[in-house]
Design a protein. Sequence first.
Length: 77
Amino acid sequence: MSAPKFKTFDVRPLLASGVEPLPEIRKRVDALEAGHGLTLIAPFMPAPLIELLKSEGFESTMEHRHDGSWSINFWRA
């Protein structure tokens, strides 16, 4: 099996304008096809989201980026 293809979604602009990003994240995660994943860029590590998606069968990896933000990859194993 090949590595998943990831689409990137940067939630920082939504958060900066006071918008809750969960509905948009949910829409993107629910639309993922087999072999695809979502890379989320956030200003903090979204631990509750990681736990939620883990409970739904998603795998994740995360990286603290040089600019202080977090990059989190989600995909179904």
